[in-house]
Design a protein around this ligand. Structure first.
Ligand SMILES: [Cu+2]
Length: 381
């Protein structure tokens, strides 16, 4: 007869074997230059891995459930900073709120330690003069993953994953951080997904949500902006919210929109049932009067190859600016659809190279396809 305790121990073994000690070595800095989507440059402060460039947002820290985690920060910059582990179950000294733990002053190194008890989506950020240091860019995602491509133990599985951190800034403030006073006058004018916005999101395929119909996509969504973020999922995506703020919801729910307030995080599973050419729309609304402040769109493509660049079809350059050359193995009529599915143009191609003027087309993601199953994603910027 099987002993219940023996069964329990065996069932715990894989989790125990996966738990590790994880060490992250970060530094803080205040001399970053950020290029915004409209070509404007401004300043940012942030964190980087030792030996690597500082990034905005800070590097994403990924651990597994059960890991013992040490985050060490060296601060060579001129001001004190901390790392607040937002939403994680830490003791007071490791919480990074300077008044109740400690400051990491210029030239100092400190380590924050915790055990990653609950899988989920978290944040870390500086907690010194928080409004200013946050709007300058001192934040990043921290994700605790359950091993085995499931959202949590006993939870649903996924095949693809994307982690998105929504944030904002006001160029006037970042240009001259001393002007950040008084803080309630900050009016963000740039809105970002993982530090990028607008056309930058179309150009970075690592941010696109791509899958085949029936393949679940885990989305970890976090808002560290000063606005309410409303995410609108593409039709046919079937978005189910499973987790919030580092805990499993008592009852998952299906929705086509999700509001995320500053500091909140959600884990959502997209289960696309049909082919999709669309976007995950990200709208920022004012906390003061509810007006729309800015928007971004993350391309979503389900059931469509990322890019057909094979012996019969070739697209270059991609992204394209004034002209794109479509090289095809046989003459064909091709149709272009915009990200919202609208037919925007047709071109009759001949065998070989076809130069197509795209200078008059609005920037965006387009699907180009013929009647024989050839399809390509073309980005016009
Ligand atoms: Cu700081």
């Amino acid at each position: 007869m099987k002993h219940p305790i023996a069964i329990l121990l065996i069932s715990l073994l894989p989790l125990q074997a996966a738990a590790q000690h994880v060490q992250f070595d970060l530094y803080s800095a205040m001399d970053g230059q950020l290029e915004l989507s409209d070509g404007v440059f401004t300043n940012f402060w942030g964190y980087g891995f030792i030996g690597e460039a500082m990034t905005m947002p800070a590097p994403e820290l990924v651990v597994q459930t059960g890991d013992t985690v040490d985050v060490t920060m060296y601060n060579p910059s001129n001001e004190s900073h901390t790392i607040h582990l937002h939403g994680l179950d830490v003791d007071q000294v490791n919480d990074g709120v300077p008044q109740t733990s400690f400051y990491v002053n210029t030239g100092e190194t400190a380590t924050y330690s915790f055990v990653a008890k609950h899988p989920g989506t978290y944040l870390y950020h500086c907690h010194v003069t928080t409004t200013q240091h946050l709007t300058m860019g001192m934040y990043g995602l921290l994700v605790v993953k359950e091993p085995g491509y499931v959202l949590y133990a006993g939870g649903p599985g996924y095949q693809h994953e994307r982690d998105f951190l929504f944030s904002d800034l006001e160029v006037r403030v970042n240009d001259d951080p001393l002007q950040a006073f008084p803080f309630h006058t900050i009016r963000p004018d740039h809105f970002m997904v993982n530090g990028r916005s607008g056309d930058q999101l179309l150009q970075d395929q690592s941010l696109w949500i791509t899958a085949n119909a029936g393949e679940p996509v885990a989305l970890r969504l976090a808002n560290i902006s000063y606005t309410v973020v409303r995410c609108a999922f593409p039709a046919g995506g079937i978005a189910t919210v499973y987790m919030s703020d580092g805990r499993v919801l008592p009852q998952p729910f299906i929705t086509d929109t999700l509001e995320i307030y500053p500091g909140e995080r959600f884990t959502v599973l997209l289960m696309p049932q049909v082919d999709i050419t669309g976007t995950l729309q990200v709208d920022h609304y004012s906390m003061l009067d509810g007006t729309l402040q800015g928007s971004n769109a993350i391309p979503v493509g389900v059931g469509i190859p990322t890019l057909v660049n094979g012996p019969t079809w070739n697209v270059a350059p991609n992204p394209a600016r004034a002209e794109v050359v479509l090289t095809v193995g046989a003459g064909a009529l091709v149709r272009w659809t915009a990200a919202d599915g609208r037919l925007v143009r047709e071109d009759r191609l001949v065998r070989g190279a076809n130069r197509i003027d795209v200078s008059g087309m609005p920037p965006g993601l387009y699907m180009v396809y013929d009647a024989h199953g050839h399809v390509a994603r073309v980005v016009v910027d």
